[in-house]
Design a protein around this ligand. Structure first.
Ligand code: SAH
Length: 383
């Protein structure tokens, strides 16, 4: 997840050995009894285990945490998205009642900036019912604290299906990257694939989690491009496709749009993108489960295919830098700098640089929009 930190690239071993975390010990006992687990099950527990999961027990965000996200970097990110949402609502015919739904709101900073921007359009603000889809009790608490003084009622849900169907605008920033994936590795012979699983090695007190390959052999995974070579990795994310499916059913029933922003690749390709971040550095994904952020690149190609299959409109993915430029990030920066102290202006400029520069988040992160059939092309996607 989030902006590329300095340090070793994806998947390298951490420099120091770490004692097993309580979650690692628990997973090893589970694997001992029931056999190796899928990568996705590992991610689900590493992030969401009710007692030890990273989002449940840690304080991941910000300079003191393990990573930071676009809304945490600059208020302008949320302001531009707020303006994008107002525009989308108008293109939907300005419904007098609609859902504004955020998936995975983190600390609630993005929604805070969106709602502040929404004040420029009172009819929009009045029409919205805000829903936050969040599984972590700890983060819900932080979100509630942030939302309490904004004067807009907010409802929390654990699942999209709990939210009443209505015209809806969805926002998901850095949500899809924490969904469980599966990894397949191409065999030497016959183009067959094995699944990469999590097992353990060592004995007694020395047991540690490790990657291993399934005995079971698979045909080419759905969505894999032609031309794989032995040793290639291919990742699939059923949970991501299921969410697109759920969004599509909503968007076909009622008018709306879903804006998905995340780090990832535009086209399905080969590679191992499982990664972990701890204290703004890359970390071995199996090293300290529950104490590091474990994510994978979002395969926008697969999400786009899932959307098109459902006959909804798919725009993008486009690079985050280009998307924010089209929404007028430079103009907004200039306006804010005119009124800011020199110190504040410097921070604002640095934040924008980080969001849009291709060597920072501008090219690694992408934006994609799903829309109800019949809606105009959304702002920010070009053409
Ligand atoms: N959107 C935020 C933070 C993203 S971090 C930002 O831009 O700053 C991922 C968020 O998704 C966290 O809030 C995490 O608790 C939540 N999350 C992870 N898996 C989830 C799931 N399956 N359902 C709902 N929320 C989930």
């Amino acid at each position: 997840m989030t902006t590329p930190p300095s340090g070793s690239p994806t998947g390298q071993q951490p420099e120091a050995a770490h004692a097993p975390t309580p979650l690692e010990e628990r997973l090893i006992r589970l694997i001992e009894d029931h056999g190796p687990i899928r990568i996705g099950d590992y991610i689900a527990d590493a992030l969401g285990h009710p007692q030890y999961g990273y989002y449940i027990s840690a304080a991941p965000f910000g300079a003191d945490g393990d990573f930071t996200t676009a809304p945490e970097i600059s208020q302008i990110f949320g302001e531009l998205i707020g303006a994008w949402l107002i525009h989308s609502w108008e293109e939907m015919g300005s419904p007098s009642l609609f859902n504004l739904i955020e998936l995975g709101p983190g600390r609630g900073v993005l929604m805070q900036d969106i709602l502040r921007t929404a004040k420029i359009k009172p009819a929009f603000l009045k029409a919205m019912r805000v829903y936050m889809v969040e599984t972590s009790g700890r983060l819900r608490y932080e979100q509630q604290r942030r939302m309490q003084d904004l004067g807009v009622p907010v409802t929390w849900a654990s699942d999209l299906y709990d939210i009443p169907a209505a015209p809806s605008l969805f926002v998901a920033n850095e949500f899809f990257d924490c969904l469980p994936i599966r990894q397949f590795v191409r065999e030497k012979q016959e183009g067959k694939w094995r699944e990469r699983l999590v097992g353990f090695n060592g004995q007694n007190g020395e047991r540690r989690l490790c990657f291993l390959l399934s005995d079971e052999i698979y045909d080419t995974p759905e969505g894999a491009p032609q031309g794989s070579k032995p040793g290639d990795f291919f990742e699939t994310c059923d949970a991501g496709r299921e969410i697109v499916h759920a969004l599509a059913s909503r968007l076909k029933e009622y008018k709306g749009r879903a804006l998905i922003i995340d780090y990832g690749h535009g086209r399905s390709g080969f590679g191992d993108t499982l990664q972990a971040l701890r204290q703004h550095r890359y970390w071995h994904p199996l090293a300290t489960p529950g104490e590091a952020d474990v994510t994978a690149h979002v395969d926008f190609g697969a999400l786009a295919r899932a959307g098109r299959k459902e006959d909804i409109l798919v725009h993008g993915p486009v690079l985050q830098g280009a998307f924010l430029a089209r929404l007028g990030i430079e103009f907004r920066l200039q306006r804010l700098c005119e009124k800011a102290s020199a110190k504040k202006a410097k921070t604002l400029r640095a934040g924008v640089h980080r969001l849009i520069h291709p060597d920072e988040m501008g090219a690694l992160f992408k934006a994609m929009c799903l829309s109800s059939p019949g809606l105009a092309a959304p702002a920010g996607f070009g053409g």
